[in-house]
Ligand binder design. Sequence first.
Ligand code: SF4
Length: 296
Amino acid sequence: MDKRVKIIADVFGKAYPSPKSELVADSPFQMLIATMLAAQCTDKRVNIVTKVFFRDYPSVQLMGTLSVEEVKGYISSINFFNNKAKNIVGICSELLNKFGGVVPETLEELVMLPGIGRKTAHVVMSQCFGKPVMAVDTHVFRVSRRIGLSKGRTPLAVEKELIEVVPTSLVKEFHHYLILHGRYVCKARVPMCDLCKISHLCEFNQNGIGGTKPRAGFMGLGGQELLVILIIVLLLFGAKKLPELARGLGRSISEFRNAQQDVKDEFEAAMRAERKQKSERNDVSGDQNETNTNKK
Ligand code: SF4
């Protein structure tokens, strides 16, 4: 096993014992719907919504009786609820008509469902069916690249690299470790490297562009700390060097921000490409269905 993976698994195993999805679901069907709803939305918000939605319509048979408008009534506080409501009605219809009301276990079948991409399919496969697949969301993408476990510029490339280095028996836990670490410590805007238990292994931190504990003030520093630093700098370098130092500091901050923006842009571009591909696939499938209907 890769030495870093082993150390990270040991450290995170202690920091995040028994990691699991924070989405609340009682069945593969509920996990499928909850995961789809969680795209561009927090698990917390999804849990608030599904608590009522799943209480009233816990199964595909019951949820499949709802119209798009009725579904919207339940999920309207979630981002992109219009499209997601259409997807829910489409998913129920496909599951009932093509899969006997049972959530399929393979990637190929899952991604045929409306609104279900590779990442959501992998979450369901891993959580509900124990398959050793890596779902790459924004946290997994960012954290694994910062640590240096992957260099890929798309979620698919990162997924392949992680599957190469993480032993099969650890894939499920490792996926949760990266998500939890990304959510609570290695945050997108300001990673809390000071508190990070794997900072000694992290490439991002070794490169000197790691973050710090987020606190009020400039770059996490309070007013008093900034004043003390300014006085020390003045004593050490004299006032003449200040403009030069300020320019250097400005460059570092700008590099740090650019690095963050690059990662975000790459992830979003890859997700847009995946959505476009899926939409084109659905169009083709729709055309074929229409052709078949016309032939009949
Ligand atoms: S050291 Fe910083 S950048 Fe690296 S994993 Fe920890 S929090 Fe993230």
